[in-house]
Design a protein around this ligand. Structure first.
Ligand SMILES: [Zn+2]
Length: 71
């Protein structure tokens, strides 16, 4: 799945954020992040760093398990 934010530059991959046991869908280029695969739209992304911050952690503290690219 191509990222709608960076216009063909990035591809969306799926991860599990182990700290929170949630699925995230992240662009490998711009790190735009979505929580719902069915609603990956330009209008509703959140930056990964912002999402982590909201959840009380930073990159170093986050445990992200890559589940591969989303097709
Ligand atoms: Zn992107």
């Amino acid at each position: 799945m191509i990222c709608p934010r960076c216009d063909g530059q990035g591809v969306i991959y799926k991860v599990i954020l182990l700290n929170k046991q949630v699925l995230l869908f992240i662009c490998d280029e711009c790190e735009a992040t979505w929580l719902d695969k069915d609603r990956i739209e330009l209008a509703n992304f959140i930056d990964l760093s912002t999402f982590l911050e909201i959840n009380g952690m930073n990159y170093e503290e986050s445990e992200i398990e890559n589940q591969g690219y989303v097709f």
